[in-house]
Write a protein that binds this ligand. Structure first.
Ligand code: TXA
Ligand code: MG
Length: 344
């Protein structure tokens, strides 16, 4: 298949927007930007279209997709809001980097939910995403834009390498604002539970409904055969081919000492804080951001992880962050990037 490219970094091209909507109406699939990461879009009402996403990504069939909407009025077409807590979460966090698990209506084919009776629903705030979904005229099923197991796509240059020829079109909206996937929440026994942490934090949710918790499995090693609230928790994720180790030692000097020791034994690359440039003894040091700038860490981590396979190295050493605020989401991704290879 020949992939069409649309460059909307400066502005949305109205004629091309019409072409995109036509592709979706004809069961094609399109990479599109959102404020979290890029997604691969298909008409959520079409089994044939959604099947193409699983093939393009090489995604396990039991991992459900998120359904994206452009307007809250679309909720009633696809799902049932069952209680006031869900309604408050919708009011507070849509549009935004937030996915709510809700009871699915039958019009959504079971391939979208991987056989579950629920679906994840998200309303992106990104302008291009919103116009594209609106113009398509249907809810859009979309996983992150990457081959299954790899870091999510946040930059079209990276996505092109992986998905060129496998999708009908790619819309370029520049680098993703947030860089990590949405917070996934399910209300269980009256308590909002975070199944995948993201930019919307547990404190943000508590401010709105007075309570919230983080699912036990968010930091646990999950076996493929285990029953979990969110199937995505089971799979290898966000990982380059090169071995990665997460160095998560609280004391900075201790941490740097450990990194230097590991870097002296193997050909290494270090992804770390700019402030540590002088102290870290490694030929390949990638300054990800300043120590306090978690927004920048989140924005850049996937594109830096994609580069490491191109370096002549045997191991990637990654400086951990505190699990406060956005740090919880960053660490949730990094432990998987490192296949639970953590030094602490
Ligand atoms: O920011 C995002 O969420 C991006 C953009 C494109 O919207 N999408 C994304 O999709 O990250 P994906 O498919 O890579 O991750 C969806 C996650 C998976 O962990 C999946 O298991 C979980 O959401 N999920 C989807 N439907 C679910 C359901 N009904 N119950 C529990 N978890 C669900
Ligand atoms: Mg994904």
């Amino acid at each position: 298949m020949i992939t069409k490219y649309y460059d909307w970094k400066k502005a949305i091209n109205q004629e091309e927007l019409g072409q995109c909507a036509n592709i979706i109406k004809k069961d094609g699939i399109i990479v599109f930007p959102t404020e979290t990461v890029y997604g691969i879009a298909a008409n959520a009402f079409s089994k044939e279209a959604v099947e193409k996403i699983y093939i393009a990504k090489g995604r396990p069939q039991d991992n459900p997709l998120i359904v994206h909407i452009a307007d809250k009025s679309q909720l009633k077409d696809i799902c049932i809001v069952e209680n006031e807590i869900q309604q408050k979460l919708i009011n507070a966090f849509m549009p935004g980097p937030f996915t709510l698990i809700l009871k699915k209506k039958h019009v959504i084919p079971s391939i979208v939910s991987a056989g579950l009776d629920t679906i994840g629903v998200r309303m992106p705030s990104n302008k291009i995403a919103n116009s594209f979904i609106k113009e398509s005229g249907v809810p859009i099923a979309a996983p992150s834009a990457n081959v299954s197991g790899k870091p999510s796509g946040t930059l079209v240059e990276d996505i092109k390498n992986e998905l060129d020829g496998k999708v009908d079109a790619i819309i370029d909206g520049g680098i993703s604002d947030i860089g990590l996937e949405s917070t996934v929440v399910k209300v269980i026994d009256g308590i909002p539970e975070i199944l995948r942490p993201g930019k919307i934090t547990v404190d943000d949710i508590i401010r709105v409904v007075g309570k919230a918790k983080v699912n036990d499995k968010v930091f646990a090693k999950v076996e493929k055969t285990e029953a979990v609230e969110s199937p995505g928790m089971k799979y290898k994720h966000y990982a380059p081919n090169t071995k990665c180790i997460l160095v998560d030692i609280l004391d900075d000097d201790e941490k740097i000492k450990k990194i230097n020791e590991l870097a002296s034994k193997e050909k290494a690359c270090v992804i770390g804080f700019s402030e540590h440039k002088e102290k870290i003894k490694c030929d390949k040091f990638v300054p990800i951001c300043n120590k306090d700038d978690l927004e920048q860490y989140s924005k850049r981590i996937y594109t830096e992880l994609r580069k490491v396979d191109l370096y002549d190295i045997d191991v990637v050493l990654i400086e951990g962050v505190s699990k406060e605020g956005l740090g919880l989401a960053i660490m949730n991704r990094l432990i998987r990037t490192c296949a639970y290879n953590i030094i602490n």
